[in-house]
Write a protein that binds this ligand. Structure first.
Ligand code: ATP
Length: 265
């Protein structure tokens, strides 16, 4: 049985309930609701200005919805600060890569892992036995992620000089080190060539299958979304236009019309 089949019939891992976001006079999101099943890859699509980034930023807690609620495992996440979302089990990557360019690949991934450790500046300085044990476990975890993402060869290189595609993998590694239940990917295919997009799709599927992570993918690259998503939600002008299987959404007349009328067509 596939992960998607297992997901059928379960309570949603994440529920977006009637979320609206208004910036001044602009309604960026207007009463959007949908659910994410555990083990699904959910693709969030829509033409430019549809509200995808606004919704992504609500999920990662950078924006506060004007109305509505976002529930993870039945509990609202709206009282969480952006710095607390990793502890809540939500990992994210950024559209334009947001790494520490002068740190090594290994140290960037370690930073993700630190969101799961208990030590602080004082216990670190005192080198308490439990801190040493935590550090040891973190080193093992970082090594495992370096191997998983095929980053061992560049582990001790500064991020700044690495190709964009490699930096994107480092960013994914940092998000994986937070041990998320949900991974939010903001246009991961942006700036990648055809072959890299194909391997990315494969990697996202592996992350879901092998690491038991539910994925929300905001993406313009239709080929990628349609080939890996279990469920697709389409937005237009801040409203949900359609949702369902990739095939159903792709052939939905309203979705076709929205894309034909946009410069994404
Ligand atoms: P794109 O694919 O171009 O990134 P999108 O689907 O992510 O578009 P959003 O960036 O969420 O769309 O924008 C939705 C609407 O909200 C747009 O009309 C946009 O101009 C507006 N908007 C987004 N962020 C802000 C902001 N911080 N202040 C004012 N208006 C905003």
């Amino acid at each position: 049985m596939t992960q998607a089949q297992v997901a059928q019939g379960q309570d949603p891992l994440l529920a977006v309930r009637d979320v609206s976001v208004v910036f001044g006079g602009i309604v960026a999101l207007n009463g959007v609701s949908f659910e994410m099943k555990k083990g699904h890859i959910l693709g969030l699509i829509g033409p430019n200005g549809a509200g995808k980034t606004t919704l992504f930023n609500c999920l990662s807690r950078l924006y506060q919805p004007t109305t509505g609620d976002i529930l993870m495992e039945g509990k609202s996440i709206l009282n969480r600060q952006p710095s607390q979302i990793a502890a809540a089990g939500i990992g994210r990557t950024f559209q334009n890569v947001a790494l520490f360019p002068r740190l090594t690949v290994r140290d960037n991934i370690r930073i993700g892992g630190h969101s799961r450790t208990k030590s602080d500046i004082i216990s670190d300085a005192l080198k308490l036995p439990w801190v040493r044990s935590e550090e040891h476990d973190l080193n093992i975890k970082v090594d495992e992620i370096l191997t998983y993402l095929d980053l061992h060869d560049v582990a001790d290189r500064e991020v700044a000089g690495l190709p964009f595609g490699t930096q994107k993998r480092v960013e994914l590694g940092r998000a994986l080190a937070t041990e998320p239940k949900i991974l939010l990917l903001d246009e991961p295919a942006g700036g990648l060539n055809h072959e890299e997009v194909y391997s990315l799709g494969d990697l996202i599927r592996r992350v879901r299958d092998e690491r038991d992570i539910t994925v929300l993918l905001v993406e313009h690259h239709m080929g990628l979304v349609m080939s890996i998503a279990d469920h697709v939600v389409a937005l237009n002008f801040g409203k949900k236009l359609a949702e369902g299987t990739p095939a159903a959404v792709q052939s939905d007349p309203d979705v076709i019309k929205a894309y034909l009328g946009s410069k994404d067509a």
